[in-house]
Design a protein around this ligand. Structure first.
Ligand SMILES: *Cc1c(COP(=O)(O)O)cnc(C)c1O
Length: 719
């Protein structure tokens, strides 16, 4: 049934008018999504359809009326723009690499594995930070000309979409992804038949077809088991992202790791290095071992070094409980005796690879111990997280002191061209130069040129963006109020909520315990005083999803959401449903302040605040993750006293107090302190400091270059 439905939805495609053919080329490569004028070239074709098809350019081209297309095809201004962006796309494709990392070539690229990829809103294969980071990694690799091939899964239902009932309780629903509506190619063999990857799971052969999304110069290959050759259960292996039970999770991970390696072999790609982005893909190391064992008839112990040489691992989880673990019986059942035989291992020897203590038969099988054991390098995602990971995994090296544990760090960054607003990009082009992305790679030069941006212009751009955000908030709120069946006057009220002149604070992230959504609600009276202040009002935008099984977080969300009818706050506090890349973009480009209050030291890095900094927004955050490195006293605000040893209750209390004090005594006064021109000079100075000091460090070009210089090159074995 799935098949017929899919066929029906194959879009009827009339030929594009000849002058618009370049649009077709652009639509099939996600490069447009971070190129200047890339989004607007599609949006301007038909803004309503653009929104309706959730910013999917292939859909847009299929659904825009023939007349509208003919209009664009005869509009000289539009065609001139199209010509320019098409030229840039062509020269981008052949632009020389920015550096030549040792050993990495087109023939021997980096193979980057991840369970989720957040490339663009219209490709819903991500749940949150990990996926967005992976997407940004691909884009920077492409920009820098670093040869890289990415491997992931095509989930038929992606991650859940969020709706709140009128009583504030979160409901989940899933939208089906139809590959035939996305700009992704079915990968074929030379004889034009669809390529199939074969893997034995639960003692049954499972086949996967393969899709390719082009992310600039980086191909992203996506495995998909939803094909008629598979039995129904196996078609669901790639059903949901993080939605299934433990068994689904492990079979997905087998497909990603083992299937991914087999795919690369079929494609004739021979990677210089395999990058395991989080432990989900750790089984790829077993497949590499199996290959050598089968070819050279040597035991596993003799081939581990060969595997290790090729593999590097990035851990993202600062808590033991966040690491993927499985019951031993589940693992052996999923793999089946055949795979163990090919590895030449008994069940216990096989299970020992995933245990901290190989001899402890009651221990569960963990992907992080497996990955650490089988990779030549392990790193965390911020300095603090490196430290935390060394302590967390010291148990794997019982003979070493914690400072000797070989786990380093590379701090996460964000892809500047993706996250910067078009208006700020324009400002950079005017004052920094068209080569602002290149200048961003040179912190010293960058600081000087950013200083040249006039205060007035920076502020004006920021205010314009806030106005856009408020229009967005009003529109989205009205839509969800109508959808939820709210009362007419409440729907009507959405039209006037929020004030562009008021201090606007954004708080958007997963609703999870350690993110402490309720910290801000600790003292409601005090909070109300900030919000309900006629002279110096503060307004809050919230967004974020709670894990479907996390009832506690759903309750926190409900508490906050139920506040919406309170007349004192309803015009100044909003919760935007269904946090995704599009909402993130709206928020990070426009808020005055980005709030983050994780419980230390549980924020491995965090990246959303980095997106804000690039746009001149100010972080108000606990000194944890990337902010512990980024904050310098002049480029934003810090909360808390950095005391790691206090109890949870003490820490939460102290941090809440510090949050209120910082808001009352530093943030609000600085924002509302205006000069004779009506400008908040001190605030603007801080915005500039944020752009100067944070943008060059916390962007993904710097991050990918760090990986390419420090982690990816294989060090020649000294024997
Ligand atoms: C950037 C981003 C994240 C990561 O944010 P954190 O700072 O890690 O909370 C999550 N979700 C979306 C949609 C994002 O764009």
């Amino acid at each position: 049934m799935i098949e017929t439905e899919m066929e029906q939805r194959v879009t009827q495609k009339a030929a594009l008018p000849a002058p618009l053919i370049p649009l077709e080329r652009l639509a099939w490569n996600y490069w447009w999504s971070w190129a200047a004028d890339g989004e607007s070239i599609f949006r301007d074709l038909d803004p309503e359809t653009w929104e309706e098809c959730e910013y999917n350019p292939r859909e847009l081209l299929a659904r825009t009326s023939a007349y509208r297309l003919a209009e664009a095809a005869t509009d000289p201004v539009y065609l001139e723009r199209l010509h320019r962006i098409d030229e840039r796309f062509r020269s981008y494709a052949i632009s020389p690499p920015h550096f030549q990392p040792q050993g990495i070539t087109k023939e021997h690229p980096v193979a980057y594995f991840c369970a989720e990829f957040g490339v663009h809103t219209s490709l819903p294969l991500y749940s949150g930070g990990l996926g967005i980071l992976a997407g940004d990694h691909l884009k920077s690799a492409s920009d820098l000309g670093l040869p890289l091939v990415a491997i992931g899964l095509l989930y038929r239902y992606g991650y859940f979409r969020q709706r709140l009932r009128t009583d504030g309780w979160q409901e989940e629903h899933y939208g089906e992804t139809f590959p035939n509506e996305l700009p992704i190619h079915l990968v074929k063999n030379e004889d034009d038949t669809p390529m199939r990857i074969e893997i034995s799971i639960r003692e049954r052969i499972v086949l996967a077809q393969v899709w390719r999304a082009d992310v600039g110069r980086v191909p992203l290959y996506l495995l998909d088991t939803n094909i008629p050759e598979n039995v129904e259960t196996d078609r669901w292996v790639t059903g949901h992202l993080y939605g299934g039970d433990r068994e689904t999770r492990i079979v997905q991970e087998m497909l990603l790791g083992i299937g991914g390696v087999r795919l690369l072999r079929k494609l004739g790609v021979s990677p210089h290095v395999f990058h395991l982005n989080e432990g989900h893909s750790a089984f790829l190391t077993l497949e590499l071992a199996r290959e050598v064992i089968q070819a050279e008839k040597r035991p596993l112990a003799a081939v581990i070094d060969t595997v290790k040489r090729q593999c590097v691992f990035t851990t993202h989880t600062p808590v033991a409980a966040g690491n993927d673990e499985f019951e031993a019986s589940l693992v052996t059942r999923a793999f089946g005796p055949g795979y163990l035989n090919e590895l030449g291992l008994t069940e216990e020897e096989f299970l020992a690879l995933g245990r901290v203590d190989p001899a402890n038969k009651s221990e569960r099988y963990g992907l992080t111990p497996l990955a650490i054991r089988m990779c030549r390098s392990t790193n965390g995602v911020s300095r603090k997280h490196g430290e935390v990971s060394r302590a967390l995994w010291q148990k794997l090296w019982p003979e070493k002191k914690v400072e000797e544990i070989p786990i380093g760090h590379i701090t996460n960054g964000v892809h500047a061209p993706t996250w910067i607003s078009p208006l700020l990009r324009y400002l950079f082009e005017q004052h920094v130069g068209d080569d602002w992305e290149a200048k961003l790679r040179n912190p010293v030069a960058w600081t000087d040129v950013v200083a040249r941006i006039p205060d007035e212009e920076l502020w004006k751009a920021h205010v314009n963006l806030k106005e856009r955000l408020i229009a967005f908030i009003r529109q989205r709120s009205a839509q969800s109020r109508i959808a939820a069946g709210e009362k007419a006057d409440y729907i009507e009220a959405a039209k006037t909520m929020f004030d562009p002149a008021a201090l606007t604070i954004g708080f958007a992230r997963r609703v999870a315990g350690y993110k402490r959504w309720n910290l801000i609600l600790t003292d409601r009276k005090r909070l109300l005083k900030l919000i309900d202040n006629e002279e110096r009002p503060v307004q809050f935008v919230f967004a974020g999803k709670a894990h479907p099984q996390d009832e506690g977080s759903k309750l926190v969300l409900q508490q906050l959401a139920q506040w919406k009818y309170d007349p004192a706050v309803r015009q100044r506090v909003v919760f935007l449903e269904d946090y995704d890349q599009e909402i993130a973009r709206q928020l990070v480009q426009s808020v005055d302040v980005w709030l983050n209050v994780p419980r230390r030291p549980l924020e491995a890095s965090g990246t959303s605040g980095e997106k804000v900094a690039i746009n001149g927004g100010l972080n108000l955050s606990i000194l944890d993750g990337w902010w512990l490195e980024g904050y310098d006293g002049t480029n934003g605000f810090a909360i808390g006293n950095g005391n790691d040893t206090a109890s949870v209750a003490e820490m939460d209390g102290a941090d809440a107090e510090s949050l209120y004090r910082t808001l009352e005594l530093e943030v609000v006064p600085r924002f509302y302190n205006r000069d004779n021109d009506g400008l908040p000079r001190n605030w603007i100075a801080m915005m500039k400091r944020a752009i100067q000091t944070l943008a060059p460090r916390y962007n993904s070009d710097r991050m990918v270059e760090d990986y390419a210089r420090k982690i990816y090159p294989q060090i020649t074995q000294i024997r």
